[in-house]
Ligand binder design. Sequence first.
Ligand SMILES: O=P(O)(O)OC[C@H]1O[C@@H](O)[C@H](O)[C@@H](O)[C@@H]1O
Length: 305
Amino acid sequence: MPESSKPPLSLSPGQWSFIRWNTIGQLEALEIHHPLFEATLFLQGAHLTRFIPKSDENWLWMSPTARFEPGRAIRGGIPICWPWFGDPARNAPEVRKRIKTQGPHGLGRTAVWKLEDVCESAHEVEISLSLDANQDFDNVWHGHALALLTFNFSVRGCQLALTTTNLGSEPLAFSQALHTYLPTSDIKGTRILGLGFAHYIDTLKNWEYCTQDGPVYFDGETDRIYENGDPLTVVTPATSRKLTAIGSDSTVVWNPGPKKALKLSDFPDTAWQTMLCVETANAASDYRVLNSGQSHTLGVLIGRG
Ligand SMILES: O=P(O)(O)OC[C@H]1O[C@@H](O)[C@H](O)[C@@H](O)[C@@H]1O
């Protein structure tokens, strides 16, 4: 192989101390076994399904009935919704006009991302994946954008930074979310701090505008887009996690409740009692517009609360 076409040294598994390839179901994943933490990251969807600090449990909720198949969204972990969030029809006209499918949550959730870089040390592991959304995706979306997603794992927690660059010649409007599933031992004993007084869209009340009064509690199906990107604390009966966002002025809070749970794919009927989603987003009116060549980074650090 000529020197110039060799993959960078950092991408050669022989050079890795803490990372190995694995096939889970029908999908390829990177398994990280570091002395301080473990993690599992799928190339399909750039989907993180496990982050386990030493002597701890998975910080991410994973459906026990999740399936790992090409083209199928993985239920749990952190799906990447990009370059649109949610139902295309509920996006701003500028975002919507590029979408050619009715499928929710964007093409990035099931596309196979490319491994770009790996960096390991005694303290942390950093892995970058990219997705070039070009004419190959023309059947679902019109545009040309590059997504570069960097995961950083350390004792502080795990951090995701998703940078979108507009490679097209026209302005690019897009929405997105880092759709984090968190576990809880009891959804009714779970609350989110940091959204008091925030305005939100209640998608279950015909997208009515409401104002949050105190912590967010869960009492049945919940599906809201908060106009707020401030740091949040998610308190469950056993854990406390802090989510610190960058580049975000919107947060989606979701729990399907008992009825919607019955309709969800790869989701046990009673699983709504033991999970919640807190999604770091650029959703609803917080969609972003990039001129040609411009970039935007959306990120979240999930740490101890
Ligand atoms: O079933 P999906 O496509 O993974 O979506 C799950 C949920 O994702 C949330 O982000 C949305 O706010 C919900 O409306 C949606 O039901």
